[in-house]
Write a protein that binds this ligand. Sequence first.
Ligand code: TNX
Length: 489
Amino acid sequence: MLLLAVLTGGAGARATPQGVQVIPKPVTVTAGRGWFSASSAVVSVASATPETRRIAADVAGLLGGRVGPGGNVMLALGGPARLGDEGYDLAVTSRAITLAARKPTGLFHGVQTLRQLLPATGARRIPALTIRDYPRFAWRGAMLDVARHFFPVRDVKRFIDLIALYKLNRLHLHLSDDQGWRIAIRSWPRLATHGGSTEVGGGRGGYYTQRQYASIVAYARSLYVEVVPEIDMPGHVHAALSSYPKLACDGKPSPLYTGIDVGFSSLCVDKQLTYAFVDDVVEELAALTPGPWFHIGGDEAAATKPRDYLRFIGRIQRIVEQHGKHVIGWEEIGRARLGPDTLVQHWNLDPAKTALSRRAAEQGARVIMSPAAKTYLDMKYDSSTTLGLRWAGYTSVRDAYVWDPVRQVPGVGARDVIGVEAPLWSETTRSLADVEYLAFPRLIGIAEVGWSPARGRSWAEYRLRLAVQGPRLAALGVNFYRSPEVPWR
Ligand code: TNX
């Protein structure tokens, strides 16, 4: 028995009391004695600000108690430096709960843990324990491609609700591609009204007004998720060229595109108008985005000459920086000279392209790990999956969990990796139900890869904890894939 405990997670297994099945797995869990009964909860805040009061109200709602002075559930701002901006300390006894964090973000993450400590159904009680918890990586993201198929605001907000439960803190929105332009730009209105008017398969498409985009950003922030907008350039721009033919090198009008090929469109690197266009788009979108990043894409620019690509990326970086944002690009931008504070996103299977992430890291860029064979949520689970693509192979729930971000690319190690992100490309997903089916449960495993220490993680132990999420996902109405790899409850 002892041997088994050692084999399935060492110290973690011993310290994790029966019934504590939190994902992502906390850094340390120590079992106590007894249970705290949620119905007796009175929630108080030691450091009352509008923000901490809002979190206190959430906790009261979660426990079915109320907010008030002198309570038995205490929220406080403070704690050791080790907790960082996102960590928290949680102590539960049969009489009281204390949750402490250095920042409201940490309190919020602690509340997500509390949520999972309550049973999905039945008696509302929490086991006595202490938890110290903080993330391994600062960047823990999901990406939604709203360009291939459009998803309305309510779908995006629901997706944010779900990712925040697992302590993900970035939502990358892929806002433009060959098939659609999804954000209103006032100085170039046809991008949205024409370029947003269809999608893969010829459906109606759609776009976000600036007010709607701002509401997504604000909603995400209220759940401690930062939105990262992407305008993909210089390739993946057919919808923009169709909206404004003068942006194309040949200036010729072209109909919108509803297929799923890649690598056939390019902005015209020699036209002055191209840079005026990019400047306008970046200016408007940067003004709507409080987060510090702007993703310029840069992937699969097969229709742009290599020399032109380098020139283009150089100029675009300067434009983005002039608007006060840090550049993010897919790993192909590692070919170019990169400015400080640039992030590159690793994705390719091809070792020649992967080497570009190393080149970027050598220039001082940090790397977001999105290896396609592990994190691409649009890959099929197995040969029986009807949704999804399979160019990176099948990706089982186990595949999405069993990997280490600092061992993906030779020469890109712990100093270089800022975190992980799971992209969901939407060529085959036509509804939020489709998105949920591909994202869940694999995204939950990616969330743990991004948050929890590498030591003590094992598939054998994780799949049992994941099984417990089944009733929780079902209660939320999530259309998740009941993979046969998991002994679902
Ligand atoms: C590759 S990943 C792409 C996307 C596709 C995706 C489909 C990347 C940077 N580019 O354009 O949607 O594969 O899986």
